[in-house]
Design a protein around this ligand. Structure first.
Ligand code: HAM
Length: 432
């Protein structure tokens, strides 16, 4: 019988890979805590309608990438393709939005049925932040400061660049969209099938096309900047001033429109050159209309989400994860002979109690001395504690050998009841 494999584009994270994930997760948590954001958790499964009404019917995500199915009672449900919609639904449902400000963060798997390639998967993790009830642009800048602080904490600043754009209000974009359609109609021949369809359904998305022929046809097209309202332009101008005053570097990209429909005013993306085609590691912006669009009271909002796999790829390829994160065992207990089993398990408990920061591995399953020691070396532990009965056939264990697992092979013999204290001395020595 053939073995079952994981679903294409859905990856396992194996123990050797998890230190990078843990490093990233703990760094993200520290940074959001420094900005006083609070965690929110919401379901992975929601009514399909939630995503249709927020992300937009005519977007790649909703048109062709959602994992949707009818529940047994006929409800149409979807695995969440992103976090903003669920976050808004949850916050509004529980009354966190009306007349309040909120700074929230979340983390978890998202699902999009895209064509898998390096940095693009069908199940992927996002870290997101969403802020509600603030007009900005100070809150927009705070969110960008948070991103900047995260890149600094991860030592990735030099590999990432921030692009921003002002996409105006929904009405501004409608007027711009109409002008774009009018511009593209006489050039329809030069467009591909996708662009020809989008020219009517969602003309702004044509700007995003990766097809050089479509980009060629867009030469001389109307510019969104010429259609944005004064209010929107003022917000954006102030945002840029604040970024400059804080020394946050950015580049304006008038073609940046984002793949989800709920945005207005400022949108942004951090991209990297170091990942090939999937260079966007973080994207977001304001979405002041979304809460109301989903049935809530009008609530100002802004946020971004980070693609964790892309950061993990960067951290690994740039070797940015401290070796201490990769360490999984500190002290390896070797137990030779029946008499030592009980002593070894008890010693492990005593060591774990005395040094909670240490990872103590107590060898299980028996085996010869050489085999156990080999495992101790392979574990990466710094020290082995070897418990062995005093004489062949004897069950008496009164002393242990503590051995450095390095080239020195330095070994000391100590009484069993002195092991915990001696390990402490080794620790102080290695810290000094
Ligand atoms: P997004 O740009 O669709 O925005 O996704 C955010 C990030 O998730 C991307 O920049 C990318 O790093 C990562 N990502 C997206 N799709 C994949 C994939 N198939 N495989 C791996 N990584 C992926 C949003 O999702 C918005 N909800 C962001 C937001 C929050 N806007 C306001 N608040």
């Amino acid at each position: 019988m053939s073995k079952l494999q994981s679903i294409k584009g859905m990856n396992d994270i194996l123990p050797d890979q998890s230190p990078t994930w843990q490093y990233l997760e703990s760094t993200f948590r520290k940074v959001v805590a420094r900005f006083a954001y609070r965690e929110i958790r919401f379901p992975i499964l929601e009514h399909t309608q939630l995503f249709k009404r927020s992300i937009g019917e005519v977007t790649d995500i909703v048109e062709k990438e959602m994992y949707s199915f009818a529940d047994r009672n006929g409800d149409n449900l979807s695995l969440r393709p992103e976090g903003t919609a669920g976050c808004v639904r949850a916050a509004d449902q529980h009354g966190l939005l009306y007349n309040q400000t909120q700074r929230l963060w979340y983390q978890g798997p998202m699902f999009r049925r895209e064509k898998p390639q390096k940095g693009r998967y069908r199940q992927f993790q996002q870290f997101g932040v969403e802020a509600f009830g603030m007009a900005g642009p100070d809150i927009d800048v705070e969110i960008l400061q948070l991103g900047t602080a995260l890149w600094q904490a991860l030592a990735l600043t030099e590999y990432l660049s921030l692009e921003i754009n002002n996409i105006g209000s929904a009405q501004d974009r409608q007027r711009f969209g109409a002008a774009l359609t009018a511009f593209l109609e006489p050039r329809a021949e030069q467009l591909d099938e996708d662009a020809r369809r989008r020219m009517y359904t969602n003309p702004l998305r044509v700007l995003d096309s990766k097809n050089p022929a479509v980009q060629e046809a867009l030469q001389g097209a109307p510019e969104l900047a010429d259609f944005v309202s004064e209010e929107s332009a003022t917000h954006y101008q102030r945002l840029r001033e604040l970024l400059e005053s804080l020394g946050i570097e950015y580049r304006e990209n008038p073609r940046l429109v984002r793949g989800l429909d709920y945005y207005n005013n400022c949108v942004y993306e951090w991209t990297t050159e170091s990942l090939g085609a999937q260079g966007a590691v973080c994207g977001g912006g304001r979405y002041d209309g979304l809460v109301q669009q989903l049935g809530g009271r009008p609530t100002l909002a802004a946020g971004f989400a980070i693609g964790a796999e892309r950061l993990v790829l960067m951290l690994d390829s740039l070797d940015k994860v401290a070796a201490s994160y990769r360490q999984s065992v500190d002290v390896y207990l070797v137990a030779i002979g029946d008499g030592s089993t009980e002593k070894s398990l008890a010693l492990a408990t005593a060591l774990r109690g005395a040094y909670p920061q240490l990872r103590i591995l107590s060898h299980c399953g028996g085996g010869k001395y050489n085999n156990q020691l080999k495992r101790a070396f392979a574990s990466g532990a710094a020290l082995a504690v070897i418990l062995e009965s005093e004489a062949a056939g004897s069950e008496v264990v009164e002393a242990a050998r503590i051995r450095r697992l390095d080239d020195s092979g330095e070994t000391v013999r100590v009484a069993l009841d002195a092991v915990v204290a001696t390990i402490g001395e080794y620790l102080t020595k290695s810290e000094a």
